[in-house]
Design a protein. Sequence first.
Lengths: 113, 147
Amino acid sequence: MKLQEIVDSLSLVVKTASAHLTKEVTGGYVSDLLSDVMANTKDGYVWITLQTHQNIVAVATLKELSGIILVNNRTPEPDTLKKAEEEGLPIMVSSLPAFEIAGLLYNLGLRCR
Amino acid sequence: MQDKPTKTAEGVFFITGKDFANAGVASCELKSILEKMGVDRGIVRRAAISVFEAEMNVVIYTPAGMMRYKVTPDYIKIVVEDVGPGIENIDLAMTEGYSTASDDIRSMGFGSGMGLPNIKRNTDELSILSIPGIGTTLEMVINIKKE
């Protein structure tokens, strides 16, 4: 599944790197602990979190995640936006909480395994 | 048959404590060096996790540190040395979930007590030398050559 399909289905607001929504999404992971994400995600996963600071970009880049979905209408910090744009990492925002986003992605067929 | 680099490389990165704006830069650069050298992707992933955790520990807990690396066709060796407060009890620090991080650090999603265990899981050799009040040296080796 492409990131663009997720953006369309969940009506996400794309904040950065809209040219990179062609990325293939291989699974999803929900966590606000950075080491947990480092340990348990795989290439191409989309990461659901409420963390908005710039270090989420380094984590996503190092783990080659397809993108980050910020929940509960969280606003990414300006430095986060700048770094994500530089790295070509899509950051998307939803008004829904993490539980709802994960459920919707699961229904779309995404898994974490 | 795993991909192996044919050359060797070594270098050093300096890491500044509390500099969250540049936290992760050394890890990202080292990852890209390994990729350019043609190191197997799985090994690059393990190295990336290990160096990120080590780099973040320097940023979070210490005033400064440096990360030296050496890549050969057979192994990647990374030594991270800091001038921080040191680790009082290394066994405890290796326990998943144990952390001495402040609430501020935890609210950023750091300091969950998974850093050192993550490094342990992703390296073939790990040694930690720490003297309270002086600093900590972490030596990590990831083998490229298949046993």
